[in-house]
Design a protein around this ligand. Structure first.
Ligand code: SGN
Ligand code: CA
Length: 754
């Protein structure tokens, strides 16, 4: 007998025995969506939509009626779920953080204890997922149409609708696990119903002609509460955008912002058809004031709920898959979302505040044979409790450092006295987009005490007396005792979780100022960075309360760098770095531009026949479902038209589609010097001089930006070629130049030769 073989064989046998035992452990399917309000789930009593498949999880198991988040924002909530800890402990306080993937997470512990683990869909934690055998995640926020996914082997793009694809891939992976020896954890994480609420065409007629009931507080005036509410930038009225959020076409027929550019023509056409009648009605109605808010609310809600319809039917597919494969009995199915969302309450969309609509978090869970069907949990629970619950369910010891508590006692026998937590701690840290003030607080069954530590304000809410949270009782003498008790409760929970109040940031910035701080960065006004002898560096002035400081020696800009007083001249290659300052504090990112000396290109020798260029046009000749995303290889195409033209380009028309053009010949330059070319087109264009790509404006886009390139040219003839392609909707091509003694203008016929 071969001794070595025998040992190896017995080891395998031993391993598979313990694996087989593990197989009895339950699988976990964790379905996590993004921004799904409890108020848009049937099981929570939705008045505005139906979610039969989600409700079936509650019916077969439990609905947690008082489940909350620790920090109502996407990435931090996800970090709380993974670690079972508050934000200050897992280090992920706001959306701009990068998740420390080396820390303890429940998927890692499951993996260590014999589970196969997979995550597919939204991740949003920046760092590479750790603790997963399989990962395939949306980069950052992800996209609704034809989404990209990050994988260990790089980025892939899949055509279709993100909710459907995420489900397909999750089911595919679970199928692979079905006959394996190990139980599995599948985290299927949807982008929907996140902003900008892009529905699948199959649901675009849902709610058509219907009126979605409005919340009572749609026209909140924010009186009687903390002053930060007035600075908040998430109102349907002001911040909800018609084109991007509500898909009202802009003059160019574009809608939904960058998402539009990802869609195929066929997808765009379906959209146009579905929205067209309503859009026209809206245009003619010329709404304003409250009527406009009401209209916006309807369009917002319908699109939001349409994206949820696809979430619900995909959850249905997962449940059916589990049934069909005989996995349902031994699988825990959980549905949750990173937090709830404002559906017009207080006039808002988005989340972040410790008020009910964003503090709450949906949680539905079924586990056949363990959770009694129809269980309703009324105890206050939190997203930091998810991790310990899953650990206990899988028979894994809960590490000391986890701050949450397993929900198992609540599920098994209903509310239990053993569950002795009397309040929840909350902390929101991100003062960024939507301008919500930092705050923290404590919530008991009835009251909430909230501290806005930057503005120094306190709020005391009474959910029983004031369920809509429209009044602050903090200074009400009748609440003197409640107030004292809540202060004590806050101190207790903070001590328990080792939480601290950050130092206040003062003076408090006002909305306009804060906007500048976040969005404004210095901007160079020089069209190009190439120069011959000297160059005047020109930087856009900033708001008068700030200063621009800059360096020209490549070093970082700091409070001691030169103040920018106006344009200055450089005579040698230079990198200029610039940043915005508020006194000694840097309030923008640093921006730089490297100015380089241009080479003077020698002219070519050629015999020319006359003024103008050789113009050739090509028509799209690809397959019906094909498309041009960039200018095709024109050398390989058959010309449809060919002639001499005296001018380049044309102004906007709107009647043709799918063609390409080439202008070819020579550029005649009268004076040696630096020439700049300004190219704007809808869709892509590219300019070559002496066979060098000088301006690259390729891709499918509108006339949003002029792209500029420069080149030093010696007096004489230079080879010239301009390629252009048009794919859909508007079409236009404009090329201007400037040079020694030539102000920015169209290139005249006498400078073009063929
Ligand atoms: C984007 C959204 C915001 C949203 C944040 C955070 N704007 O910036 O409205 O609050 O994400 O959302 S959008 O124009 O890009 O849609 S989160 O879910 O990632 O926390
Ligand atoms: Ca979210």
């Amino acid at each position: 007998m071969n001794y070595t073989k025998f040992v190896a064989g017995s080891l395998v046998a031993a391993a598979s025995v313990s694996m087989a035992a593990d197989k009895k452990k339950p699988n976990i399917v964790f379905i996590f969506s993004d921004d799904h309000s409890v108020n848009a789930i049937g099981a929570y009593g939705s008045k505005i939509n139906k979610t039969p498949y989600l409700d079936s999880i509650a019916n077969d198991g439990a609905v947690f009626n008082r489940n909350y988040v620790a920090n109502s924002i996407c990435a931090p909530s996800r970090a709380c779920v993974l670690t079972g800890k508050h934000s200050h402990k897992n280090g992920h306080k706001d959306n701009s953080a990068t998740f420390d993937g080396s820390q303890l997470t429940f998927p890692k512990l499951l993996q260590k204890n014999g589970y196969k683990t997979g995550i597919i869909g939204k991740w949003h934690l920046r760092s590479k997922p750790t603790g997963f055998d399989k990962w395939m995640v949306l980069p950052d926020q992800g996209h609704y149409y034809n989404p990209d996914y990050r994988t260990p082997n790089g980025m892939i793009t899949i055509n279709g609708y993100v909710t459907d694809i995420t489900t397909d891939k999750s089911i595919e992976w679970m199928k692979e696990q079905k006959d394996a020896d190990q139980p599995f954890l599948m985290m299927c994480q949807y982008k929907a119903p996140h902003r900008n609420w892009m529905p699948h065409p199959r649901y675009m007629d849902m709610y058509k002609g219907e009126t979605i009931p409005e919340p009572e507080t749609l026209f909140d005036d924010y009186s009687n509460r903390n002053s930060n509410l007035l600075d908040n930038e998430m109102t349907i009225d002001k911040e909800m955008n018609l084109e991007y959020d509500l898909k009202v076409p802009n003059p160019k027929g574009k809608r939904a912002g960058g998402e539009w550019d990802r869609m195929t023509n066929q997808q765009k056409d379906t959209w146009v058809k579905h929205y067209a009648a309503e859009d026209l009605e809206f245009k003619n109605a010329k709404l304003s004031g409250k009527q406009l808010v009401k209209w916006k609310y309807q369009r917002y809600m319908k699109d939001y709920l349409r994206t949820i319809a696809a979430v619900d039917d995909n959850v249905g597919r997962i449940l059916q898959f589990l049934k069909d494969e005989g996995l349902a009995e031994n699988t825990i199915v959980v549905y949750s979302s990173d937090q709830s969302f404002y559906l017009g309450e207080h006039g808002w969309f988005d989340k972040r505040w410790m008020y009910e609509q964003s503090f709450r978090q949906p949680l539905l869970m079924k586990w056949p044979g363990v959770i009694k069907p129809g269980t309703a949990v009324e105890t206050m629970t939190q997203n930091i409790d998810f991790a310990p619950t899953f650990l206990e369910a899988c028979g894994i010891e809960i590490p000391e450092e986890i701050q949450g508590k397993s929900l198992m006692p609540l599920m098994k026998k209903g509310d239990k006295a053993s569950w002795n937590r009397t309040s929840l701690y909350y902390h929101y840290y991100e003062r960024g987009i939507h301008n919500v003030a930092r705050h923290h607080g404590v919530a008991t069954n009835r009251y909430k005490l909230i501290q806005f530590y930057d503005s120094g304000e306190w709020e005391l809410m009474d959910r029983l007396k004031d369920p809509l949270e429209m009044k602050n009782f903090y200074d009400d003498p009748e609440y003197k005792d409640v107030r004292a008790a809540m202060h004590l409760e806050l101190a207790k929970t903070m001590a328990n979780y080792e939480a601290v109040v950050p130092a206040p940031v003062k003076p408090k910035r006002h909305k306009a100022e804060l906007n500048k701080l976040i969005w404004n960065k210095p901007q160079f006004l020089n069209p190009t960075s190439k120069f011959l002898d000297s160059m005047v560096v020109n930087i856009k002035k900033c708001a008068p309360q700030f200063q621009l400081r800059y360096t020209t020696d490549g070093t970082r800009v700091d409070k001691d760098s030169n103040v920018y007083e106006g344009p200055f001249t450089i005579t040698k290659p230079t990198t200029v770095k610039v940043a915005m300052f508020d006194g000694v504090t840097k309030v923008s990112q640093e921006v730089f531009k490297t100015f380089k000396r241009a080479k003077i290109h020698k002219p070519v020798k050629a015999k020319v026949k006359g003024n103008g260029l050789q113009f050739t046009e090509y028509l799209y000749d690809g397959p019906e479902d094909g498309e041009w995303k960039v200018i095709p290889n024109l050398d390989k195409m058959k010309p449809a038209t060919s002639k001499i033209v005296k001018k380049i380009g044309f102004k906007k028309t709107n009647d043709r589609e799918k063609f390409a053009q080439r202008y070819e010949g020579y550029l005649k330059v009268e004076k040696t010097g630096m020439y700049n070319f300004f190219l704007n087109s809808d869709d892509g264009s590219r300019l070559y001089i002496n066979n060098k790509l000088i301006v690259d404006n390729d891709g499918r886009h509108g006339m949003d930006d002029t792209v500029v390139g420069g080149m030093g040219l010696e007096k004489g003839l230079h080879k010239f070629r301009l390629d252009y392609m048009e794919w859909a909707y508007d079409e236009a091509l404009i090329l201007n130049w400037s040079g020694p003694g030539i102000k920015k203008q169209q290139i005249p016929a006498k400078a073009l030769k063929y």
